[in-house]
Design a protein around this ligand. Sequence first.
Ligand SMILES: [Zn+2]
Length: 158
Amino acid sequence: MALNERMERVGEIKIWYGNLPVESLYTAGIAGEKFFRTLKDQGKFLGARCVQCGIVYVPGRIFCERCFNKLDEWVQVASSGTLESWTELHVDINGEKLDAPVLVGLIKLDGTSTVMVHRLNNVTREELKFGLQVKAVLLPKSKRTGAITDIAYFEPGV
Ligand SMILES: [Zn+2]
Protein backbone atom coordinates (compact mmCIF):
# COMPACT_ATOMS: atom_id res chain seq x y z
CA MET A 1 0.00 0.00 0.00
CA ALA A 2 1.34 3.39 -0.94
CA LEU A 3 1.65 6.01 1.81
CA ASN A 4 -0.92 8.26 0.18
CA GLU A 5 -3.62 5.57 0.06
CA ARG A 6 -6.29 5.58 2.74
CA MET A 7 -5.92 2.83 5.34
CA GLU A 8 -9.20 0.90 5.34
CA ARG A 9 -8.35 -1.86 7.83
CA VAL A 10 -6.79 -0.32 10.91
CA GLY A 11 -5.85 -3.77 12.19
CA GLU A 12 -3.18 -3.85 9.51
CA ILE A 13 -1.38 -0.85 10.96
CA LYS A 14 1.90 -1.85 12.57
CA ILE A 15 3.23 0.16 15.50
CA TRP A 16 6.49 -0.08 17.31
CA TYR A 17 7.71 1.99 20.20
CA GLY A 18 11.15 3.39 20.82
CA ASN A 19 13.23 6.51 20.88
CA LEU A 20 14.87 8.28 18.00
CA PRO A 21 18.31 9.77 18.70
CA VAL A 22 17.39 13.15 17.25
CA GLU A 23 18.21 16.53 18.70
CA SER A 24 16.72 19.79 17.52
CA LEU A 25 18.35 23.17 17.48
CA TYR A 26 16.15 26.17 16.97
CA THR A 27 17.63 29.50 16.00
CA ALA A 28 16.19 32.92 16.64
CA GLY A 29 16.17 33.56 12.89
CA ILE A 30 17.50 36.60 11.05
CA ALA A 31 15.25 39.14 12.78
CA GLY A 32 15.43 37.47 16.19
CA GLU A 33 19.23 37.39 16.00
CA LYS A 34 19.34 41.16 15.46
CA PHE A 35 16.80 41.83 18.22
CA PHE A 36 18.45 39.62 20.84
CA ARG A 37 22.02 40.66 19.99
CA THR A 38 21.09 44.34 20.35
CA LEU A 39 19.26 43.62 23.60
CA LYS A 40 22.27 41.73 24.96
CA ASP A 41 25.05 44.08 23.81
CA GLN A 42 23.35 47.48 24.04
CA GLY A 43 20.35 46.96 26.30
CA LYS A 44 18.10 48.45 23.61
CA PHE A 45 14.94 47.25 21.91
CA LEU A 46 14.86 47.09 18.13
CA GLY A 47 11.72 46.82 16.08
CA ALA A 48 11.23 46.05 12.42
CA ARG A 49 9.14 48.71 10.67
CA CYS A 50 7.08 48.02 7.58
CA VAL A 51 7.61 50.95 5.19
CA GLN A 52 4.42 50.01 3.35
CA CYS A 53 1.89 49.96 6.20
CA GLY A 54 3.84 51.47 9.11
CA ILE A 55 3.51 48.58 11.55
CA VAL A 56 6.44 48.23 13.96
CA TYR A 57 7.04 44.64 15.12
CA VAL A 58 8.85 43.85 18.36
CA PRO A 59 10.60 41.45 18.38
CA GLY A 60 11.31 42.09 14.72
CA ARG A 61 10.34 39.89 11.82
CA ILE A 62 11.56 39.66 8.25
CA PHE A 63 8.13 39.89 6.61
CA CYS A 64 5.07 41.98 7.48
CA GLU A 65 2.18 39.77 8.57
CA ARG A 66 -0.35 42.26 7.20
CA CYS A 67 0.95 43.12 3.74
CA PHE A 68 3.76 40.54 3.28
CA ASN A 69 6.29 43.29 2.59
CA LYS A 70 9.92 42.44 3.32
CA LEU A 71 11.00 44.17 6.54
CA ASP A 72 14.51 45.56 6.53
CA GLU A 73 14.08 48.90 8.31
CA TRP A 74 15.10 48.63 11.95
CA VAL A 75 14.05 51.25 14.48
CA GLN A 76 14.93 51.61 18.13
CA VAL A 77 11.83 51.63 20.31
CA ALA A 78 11.25 52.45 23.95
CA SER A 79 11.88 49.99 26.75
CA SER A 80 8.62 51.07 28.32
CA GLY A 81 5.05 50.78 27.23
CA THR A 82 1.52 49.95 28.27
CA LEU A 83 -0.06 46.88 29.77
CA GLU A 84 -2.63 45.50 27.32
CA SER A 85 -3.66 42.41 29.30
CA TRP A 86 -2.38 40.10 32.03
CA THR A 87 -2.87 36.82 33.79
CA GLU A 88 -1.76 35.12 36.97
CA LEU A 89 0.04 31.78 36.75
CA HIS A 90 -0.25 29.18 39.49
CA VAL A 91 1.53 26.23 37.80
CA ASP A 92 4.76 25.98 35.84
CA ILE A 93 5.21 24.67 32.31
CA ASN A 94 5.20 21.08 33.64
CA GLY A 95 1.97 21.58 35.56
CA GLU A 96 3.73 21.74 38.92
CA LYS A 97 2.30 24.17 41.47
CA LEU A 98 4.43 27.30 41.83
CA ASP A 99 5.60 28.39 45.28
CA ALA A 100 3.98 31.75 44.63
CA PRO A 101 1.76 32.96 41.76
CA VAL A 102 3.52 34.76 38.89
CA LEU A 103 2.01 37.70 37.04
CA VAL A 104 2.47 37.77 33.27
CA GLY A 105 1.46 40.63 31.00
CA LEU A 106 0.98 41.53 27.35
CA ILE A 107 3.07 44.67 26.93
CA LYS A 108 2.95 47.06 23.99
CA LEU A 109 6.19 49.01 23.95
CA ASP A 110 5.84 52.69 23.06
CA GLY A 111 6.33 53.22 19.33
CA THR A 112 5.34 49.66 18.40
CA SER A 113 2.25 48.01 16.98
CA THR A 114 2.60 44.58 18.57
CA VAL A 115 2.65 43.13 22.08
CA MET A 116 5.12 40.92 23.86
CA VAL A 117 4.55 38.53 26.75
CA HIS A 118 6.68 38.90 29.83
CA ARG A 119 6.75 38.71 33.61
CA LEU A 120 5.45 41.54 35.74
CA ASN A 121 7.11 42.33 39.04
CA ASN A 122 6.95 44.92 41.83
CA VAL A 123 3.21 45.18 41.31
CA THR A 124 0.23 43.40 42.83
CA ARG A 125 -2.68 41.85 40.98
CA GLU A 126 -4.94 44.53 42.44
CA GLU A 127 -2.75 47.33 41.03
CA LEU A 128 -2.90 46.01 37.47
CA LYS A 129 -5.10 47.84 34.99
CA PHE A 130 -5.36 48.23 31.23
CA GLY A 131 -3.01 50.93 30.02
CA LEU A 132 -0.75 50.79 33.08
CA GLN A 133 2.66 52.25 32.19
CA VAL A 134 5.40 49.65 32.63
CA LYS A 135 9.12 49.61 31.95
CA ALA A 136 11.58 46.82 31.28
CA VAL A 137 14.15 45.90 33.89
CA LEU A 138 17.15 44.23 32.23
CA LEU A 139 19.70 41.89 33.71
CA PRO A 140 23.15 43.42 34.20
CA LYS A 141 25.08 43.31 30.90
CA SER A 142 27.50 40.69 32.26
CA LYS A 143 24.59 38.28 32.86
CA ARG A 144 22.77 38.71 29.55
CA THR A 145 22.81 35.76 27.18
CA GLY A 146 20.93 37.08 24.16
CA ALA A 147 17.56 35.65 25.18
CA ILE A 148 14.17 37.04 26.15
CA THR A 149 15.18 36.35 29.74
CA ASP A 150 17.71 39.21 29.43
CA ILE A 151 14.62 41.19 30.33
CA ALA A 152 14.27 40.29 34.01
CA TYR A 153 10.71 41.60 34.15
CA PHE A 154 8.50 44.64 33.60
CA GLU A 155 7.45 46.89 36.47
CA PRO A 156 5.30 50.01 36.79
CA GLY A 157 7.10 53.14 35.57
CA VAL A 158 8.15 55.04 32.49
ZN1 LIG B 1 3.13 45.89 6.11
